[in-house]
Design a protein around this ligand. Structure first.
Ligand code: KG4
Ligand code: ZN
Length: 356
């Protein structure tokens, strides 16, 4: 990826730039407009949950096709919502990875077409950097450095965020992501896809404490996660209880095991880094019990806790347009590369940025 566009010389006032963001890495199709001074102007989003529900998970080929089908309509909706047209846009940011490669290409191709047609620069955005910085959209006082817990259907990671583009991976899941564990356990309990929210609702009707479930990888102070054994432990307990009346209690114990494991690792991450800010992002950050546990942890540790609104926790284009605006200097003139795998540690500060 070779940045060839000299943004500073091309845009008279970079504080006055309007960035179009496009997200299509998985099963949400979204476009948003972010202005470098005025902030977020609006977003249009379509979730493919219904499309994939029958299969119990995301079907990559269906996802790609639906992105292609939905994007033009969403652009029209965004224009209607914000009163802005393509003629007002100064740069196009798109999710370049990580994600499903066909899905990524749908957004990248649109971005490349729009940029070429209107002679605009393109900004490839790292999806996880989008998640990491999304809380800044609703919490303007959030500043570096901070520890971030990213918990989604595809990822579970603890990241020390030192500065824009300086992210240190502290730990990650060795197998299932936290959201995946929620989804698979929900499936065991006969709940519909996506299982996370359904399992949380079931857990709210139960009382934890009846079932003994592990807190994986918490015997030693490591920051990696492993959730696949927890799902198996639920399957074993389920084989012993035949009554569906027991499911809410089992769901509550599963949720508590995940929450306590995540919370323990967050405490260790705060202690290991000496940082005093913690934020959560990703779909699982919508979990009420997790939010409450981390809020209590931060109060006990004297740390500040940041949690984005539910809409900013799950996949969206606002976070992509936002990172695009922070990375105007990385804009390029042509090509729209995508990467299915893309370690966060390969990111650096935007070109020309002062080193923190
Ligand atoms: O970040 P996200 O929208 O999509 C990606 O995975 O990229 O996260 C979706 C994940 C799913 O696994 C879903 O089951 C989980 O977040 N999730 C929840 C809750 N809401 C969504 N898990 C637990 N409790 C919730 N309330
Ligand atoms: Zn995501």
């Amino acid at each position: 990826m070779r940045p060839v566009f000299d943004w500073a010389n091309s845009l008279a006032d970079a504080r006055n730039a309007l960035v179009l963001g496009i997200e299509s890495s998985c099963d949400e199709t979204a476009v948003a407009l972010y202005h470098t001074t005025d902030g977020l102007l609006g977003e249009a989003l379509h979730s493919q949950i219904d499309l994939h529900a029958a299969y119990g998970g995301v079907v990559p080929e269906l996802a790609s096709r639906d992105h292609v089908r939905r994007l033009p309509g969403l652009l029209a909706e965004l224009s209607h919502k914000t009163g802005r047209t393509l003629a007002d846009v100064d740069a196009v940011a798109y999710t370049a990875g990580p994600g499903l490669v066909g899905a990524l290409l749908a957004g990248a191709s649109l971005a490349a077409g729009l940029a070429q047609g209107a002679d605009l620069p393109l900004i490839p955005v790292h999806h996880m950097e989008g998640h990491l910085l999304a809380p800044m959209l609703s919490e303007p006082e959030l500043d570096f450095p901070f520890v971030a817990l990213l918990v989604s259907g595809g990822h579970t990671m603890l990241v020390a965020c030192h500065a824009l583009g300086r992210y240190e991976l502290l730990g990650q899941s060795l197998d299932d992501a936290a959201g995946e564990a929620f989804d698979k356990t929900a499936q065991l309990l006969g709940l519909d896809y996506p299982g996370g929210p359904a399992l949380a609702r079931l857990a709210a009707q139960g009382t934890p404490g009846r079932f003994t479930l592990p807190r994986p990888l918490t015997r030693q102070r490591g920051l990696d996660f492993s959730f696949s054994g927890l799902k198996t432990a639920v399957a074993n307990q389920l084989a012993k209880v035949s009554d569906v009346q027991d499911h809410p209690d089992l769901a509550a114990d599963f949720e508590l095991a995940v929450v306590e494991t995540l919370s323990t690792k967050c405490r260790w991450a705060l202690e290991a880094t000496g940082m005093s800010r913690l934020l959560i992002a990703g779909g699982v950050a919508a979990n009420t019990r997790l939010r409450a546990a981390l809020q209590a942890l931060c109060e006990a540790q004297g740390a500040h806790f940041f949690v984005p609104s539910a809409a900013l926790c799950t996949d969206n284009a606002s976070m992509i347009a936002h990172v695009g605006a922070l990375r105007l200097a990385d804009a390029q003139r042509s090509g729209a590369p995508v990467r299915a795998r893309w370690p966060l540690s390969e990111l650096s500060a935007p070109r020309g940025a002062a080193h923190a």
